[in-house]
Design a protein around this ligand. Structure first.
Ligand SMILES: NC(=O)c1ccc[n+]([C@@H]2O[C@H](COP(=O)([O-])OP(=O)(O)OC[C@H]3O[C@@H](n4cnc5c(N)ncnc54)[C@H](O)[C@@H]3O)[C@@H](O)[C@H]2O)c1
Ligand SMILES: O=P(O)(O)OC[C@@H](O)[C@@H](O)[C@H](O)[C@H](O)CO
Length: 487
């Protein structure tokens, strides 16, 4: 790209590989890579070049290789800046094909930080205990000593190499939508190390205590999957073909706990906020923004809406989401200092309505088994505990149940698709009365106390019937909208 005459911001020959990023998806390119480029530019500090690692497929590594790691971020929507070429990625590796190289890069003395955006399921943890799932066959294979293919295996093997070679301390920064993502990642790495045979883990456990930090972060920027249409539009704007381009909303935010073991980029110069209250920022984001996102995705899928912007454009859906946020989620969380809850909710709805973003309900609704508990059942629990009725959060959960029950297993984009379908009755007998109890009994998602709550179950049955009748009668949104408006 540089050779096409387009301006590249960083002096590429001076960049050093200070960060290894696991999970080089759309989000990492539009968020982490952009913040890091801006921080290196502002502080004239070139030691934070990014080694990007794809995890499950080699696609992004293949796309970036012929472009020297350069790619375009094209903002979409009101206030969009012109397309920019981002130059902070110095190397792109397929972790699937080169796991030893990933371990080497994490183990290298120049590497001071590992960042992650590997999706919720990539952590392979038990949501109830927040510990590593040691029954996971991939974790077991990594523990047995193959070149590691799981993110936790790659990180721990890389840290083991550092401990062995004296490569020095390092910080691991999770940027996934998980509460306490830093503390969780630290626990999972430790669980992996503890599960290694004794001669391997003794020194490692001591080394981990003295040489690692796992700060929590809250990340925010809506970044949809790039489409062929996006690539064509970017090609038109720039006059070149960029297969690794990503599109994103103009808004971006990063709140980070400032506990780093071996230095860090001056991300604050790029607009990041360092805070001692990341947990409150993360729960506000998960329980307001992400919960509403999931709710709109499942309502939208039931109503045949392709994008989040289409779904939030349905009056009844927007009202229901708003009420879930204001009446149920907000009262059950503690906001960080300086955040106005009402304004935040308005802003979220405004961002969802961005017509240019094309964030699909299918993508946001993917992996529901990994998200519904954190985003919605937390609010159901909090609302019930406060002696109130979690009516709107229950609508969202019922819409998720309906999505699971009406999507063939092969089409259900969820790591637990097989298990969810195994819990359901045969497809011809799926009604509110059979699906709701079956999915309430699905332990990886719903805890027993909540599953046994009669008020919650009745709300689910009520909403499930409405969604199902609406879909069966094929009368568009009319009855669902009316029910929601009068509900
Ligand atoms: N896209 C957004 O709007 C957004 C915003 C905030 C946070 N995030 C966080 O970033 C994550 C990734 O989003 P994205 O838009 O880049 O998605 P993406 O689909 O473009 O990329 C997902 C990345 O995760 C990796 N991955 C998937 N399953 C994995 C597994 N089982 N083990 C290890 N790695 C795995 C993939 O290889 C890929 O690199 C989200 O799940 C979320 O936690 C995304
Ligand atoms: O990325 P996921 O799959 O965790 O969740 C889907 C969306 O809710 C999410 O990506 C939001 O767009 C994002 O969290 C906004 O910052």
């Amino acid at each position: 790209m540089a050779s096409t005459g387009h301006k590249v911001a960083l002096q590429r020959d001076q960049l050093q590989p200070g960060i290894v990023h696991l999970g080089l998806g759309a989000f990492a390119r539009a968020h982490t890579a952009v913040f890091t480029e801006d921080a290196m530019l502002a502080a004239n500090d070139p030691q934070w070049g990014i080694v990007g690692v794809t995890q499950r497929s080699d696609t992004v590594a293949r796309q970036l290789a012929p472009q020297d790691g350069l790619f375009t971020v094209a903002e979409r929507g009101e206030g969009a800046a012109p397309a920019r070429i981002v130059s902070s990625i110095v190397e792109a590796i397929s972790g699937r094909d080169n796991p030893e190289l990933v371990v080497d890069r994490i183990g290298a003395a120049a590497t001071k930080i590992v960042t992650l955006t590997i999706t919720e399921k990539g952590y392979r943890f038990d949501a109830r205990t927040r510990t590593l799932d040691l029954d996971d066959p991939e974790i077991q294979a990594d523990l047995a000593g193959r070149p590691p293919r799981t993110a936790v295996g790659q990180i721990t093997r890389g840290l083991q190499q550092r401990a062995r070679t004296g490569a020095g301390p390092i910080t691991v920064v999770s940027c996934d939508n998980l509460p306490g993502n830093g503390e969780l990642t630290g626990t999972l790495v430790r669980n992996f190390a503890e599960a290694l045979p004794a001669p391997e883990n003794e020194n490692l456990l001591v080394w981990l205590d003295a040489n690692t930090a796992f700060p929590s972060t809250m990340v925010d920027r809506m970044v949809p999957a790039t489409t062929d249409g996006d690539l064509a539009a970017v090609g038109h704007e720039l006059g070149l073909r960029d297969d690794a381009a990503v599109v994103a909303e103009p808004f971006r935010q990063w709140v980070i706990e400032d506990t780093f073991a071996a230095g860090r980029p001056r991300w604050e110069d790029a607009g990041a906020l360092f805070s001692t209250d990341v947990a409150a920022w993360e729960s506000a984001k998960l329980r307001l923004l992400n919960a509403s996102h999931s709710m709109l995705a499942y309502l939208g899928l039931a109503a045949g809406k392709e994008t989040i912007a289409d779904a939030v454009g349905v009056d009844a859906f927007r009202k229901a989401v708003r009420r879930m946020m204001l009446e149920e989620a907000l009262p059950s969380i503690t906001l960080p200092d300086g955040l106005d809850g009402g304004q935040y909710c308005d802003e979220v709805l405004r961002r969802f309505a961005n017509p240019a973003l094309g964030h699909t309900t299918a993508k946001v609704g993917s992996d529901g088994s990994q998200k519904v508990g954190l985003r919605l059942l937390t609010t159901v629990r909090g609302t019930l505990d406060a002696g109130r009725v979690p009516k709107w959060a229950a609508l969202a959960v019922a819409a998720w149940m309906h999505h699971v029950a009406t999507t063939p297993e092969a089409d259900l984009n969820d790591p637990l698709a097989k298990e969810l379908h195994a819990a359901l009755p045969a497809s011809e007998s799926r009604t509110a009365d059979t699906v709701v109890p079956a999915l309430l009994g699905f332990r990886p998602v719903v805890e027993p106390a909540l599953a046994g709550d009669e008020e919650f179950r009745d709300l689910l049955l009520h909403w499930y019937r409405i969604i199902d009748n609406n879909k069966a009668s094929n009368n568009g949104l009319e009855s669902l909208g009316n029910e929601i408006n009068h509900g």
